[in-house]
Design a binder for this molecule. Structure first.
Ligand code: CA
Length: 245
């Protein structure tokens, strides 16, 4: 990954949750600082000037609402995006949080995938991801309850099934929280091609293109299961041109 890492401060008193969040953030390429209390959080916000703060509501002594209020009252910390982590799912705390100046909130228990999606969305809205964009060599994705960094060269194709996006390698299928449009920006256009509304293929893994109807085509991948991918006439002629077929 190029450029300076984005910094996220995690203010959370429960060590297991704090560690889980830190681990997921690091896998996504963020620099992580942690604080266990509201006081420590306020101090670290000034020390590290994070790009984003994940702020637990239920903290000993100074709680998350108070930290939020103090950060918004201070010109040095006013514009830092904040996502509240709350165990309270009621509308009242949501309204309280958003009125108090939080950018978003996530209700416990949450999955790391969900949290990472919120983090990215809030950073994007705050326009802090600009320098993070660009071609990547690895994509964070999940299999079961584990998160992996998948090498892009190992990806045969990417597709959408229902609302989920999957990275397919020779032997595995990984779930990613990126959309195809986001992945297109992250992948080298010399190596990957948007073959269909729901597919991106690795050009080096394309075996052949065959006509299957009057105007539909099918792409066969050079993967162990010889996966078939539907294509339109326009996409197939574009791809044939790229591959000199
Ligand atoms: Ca707590």
């Amino acid at each position: 990954m190029n450029g300076e890492k984005l910094k996220v401060l995690v203010v959370e008193d429960e060590p297991l949750i704090s560690e889980m969040i830190a681990k997921s953030l690091k896998l996504e390429g963020y620099q992580v600082d942690s604080a266990k209390t509201g006081e420590e959080g306020l101090q670290k916000v000034k020390e590290v000037s994070p790009d984003l703060v994940l702020l637990d509501v239920l903290l000993p002594k100074i709680d998350g609402w108070e930290v939020l209020t103090r950060m918004r009252d201070d010109s040095r910390t006013r514009s830092i995006p904040i996502i509240m982590l709350t165990a309270l799912s009621d509308e009242k705390s949501k309204v309280q949080g958003l009125r108090g100046g939080a950018d978003d909130y996530v209700t416990k228990p949450f999955s790391s995938l969900e949290l990472m999606a919120r983090v990215e969305a809030v950073l994007k809205r705050a326009d802090r991801v600009g320098h993070r964009e660009g071609v990547r060599s690895q994509i964070p994705a999940r299999k079961g309850d584990k998160i992996y960094l998948v090498n892009v060269d190992d990806i045969n194709f990417i597709n959408i099934q229902r609302e989920y996006t999957y990275l397919h390698t020779d032997n595995d299928r990984f779930l990613t929280n990126h959309t195809l449009a986001e992945l297109e920006k992250m992948l080298d256009p010399a190596k990957f091609f948007r073959a269909h509304r729901g597919y991106i293929v690795n050009l080096q893994k394309v075996k052949e293109i065959t006509k299957v109807g009057t105007s539909s085509y099918e792409l066969t991948m050079n993967d162990p299961s010889k996966s078939k991918i539907p294509m339109s006439r326009r996409q197939s002629s574009e791809l044939k041109k790229i591959l000199n077929m």
